[in-house]
Design a binder for this molecule. Structure first.
Ligand code: FBP
Length: 262
């Protein structure tokens, strides 16, 4: 990692990344709870909220919508992604180049690494190329560090998540996005393993407001530097409300009770 390489996608050293690559990774089913979110413009509008430090999208969505939002949204170019229709060992196709992402105005790149997959070696080599090209363009690097594959029994085990976070540091990510390992202590250990690489918690499937905010607040207390979230924001009936609350908890040291009153 490079100090300050992620400055364009953080606020006071912390990140709230709005992830919207679900149309690739999960497909239309993720838009069903809030059907209007199938329209990327709705989510770009959400990304203009002060709480959001970057919006992660795939190439086609960035091409079509980012030019209208370039002044108000920091673009995190999610370079690789594979549909849920893929039934093989975990892998992710590199769908756009760092050069093209830079041309579109991206501030950072995002890249999934499935450590433990039979495709880990190839994915790590692809990450190397993307990470070094990102440095040439002064772009931050975010790794979706998701160990999974035939040999892995539990992808949220604290030891596995600490290893995932460490891979972020070892391979040169500025931010490592990891699944929540179940406790503030466990994500704290992951953050310790990642050293200067910031660890952010992945949002996961939608839960209720209090449960979600308490998990996020605990993760921040434990040592996480923020959140990268999709469904827990855009699947809500009122996504702006949860962004207000997340802003208070992540950037303003508010308690969950205070945040819920906003
Ligand atoms: P959520 O907050 O909705 O979990 O999104 C985070 C994310 O990493 C997305 O960027 C991605 O589309 C999705 O989760 C992938 O989830 P999984 O690989 O576990 O199905």
């Amino acid at each position: 990692m490079l100090p300050d390489a992620d400055a364009a996608i953080t606020r006071d050293g912390k990140a709230l990344i709005l992830a919207y690559d679900h149309g690739i990774e999960h497909g239309p089913v993720d838009f069903e709870p809030n059907p209007e979110t199938a329209d990327p413009e709705r989510v770009f509008d959400l990304a203009t909220h002060d709480a959001v430090t970057a919006l992660a999208v795939g190439k086609g969505v960035a091409e079509a919508y980012y030019p209208s939002y370039a002044d108000d949204v920091s673009l995190l170019a999610k370079l690789n992604g594979t549909s849920n229709l893929w039934m093989g060992e975990p892998d992710s196709a590199v769908n756009w180049s760092v050069e093209y992402a830079a041309e579109l105005g991206a501030d950072a790149i995002g890249f999934t690494l499935y450590g433990g997959s039979n495709n880990e070696v190839e994915m790590a080599e692809e990450f190397r190329d993307a990470q070094e090209a990102a440095r040439d363009h002064d772009m931050g690097v975010v790794m979706w560090s998701y160990p999974r594959g035939q040999g892995l029994k539990n992808d949220t085990d604290p030891g596995t998540i600490a290893y995932a976070a460490r891979l972020g540091l070892e391979l040169g990510a500025d931010i490592a996005k990891v699944k929540y390992p179940g406790s503030p202590e466990a994500i704290g250990e992951a953050a310790r393993m990642a050293g200067p690489t910031k660890v952010v918690m992945s949002g996961g499937s939608k839960t209720d407001d209090r449960a979600f905010l308490e998990t996020v607040a605990g993760a921040i207390d434990g040592g996480a530097k923020g959140l990268a979230v999709g469904r827990n924001v855009f699947q809500r009936e009122n996504p702006k409300e949860i962004l207000d609350a997340l802003e208070a908890v992540i950037f303003e040291e508010a308690s969950v009770d205070e945040a819920l009153k906003l």
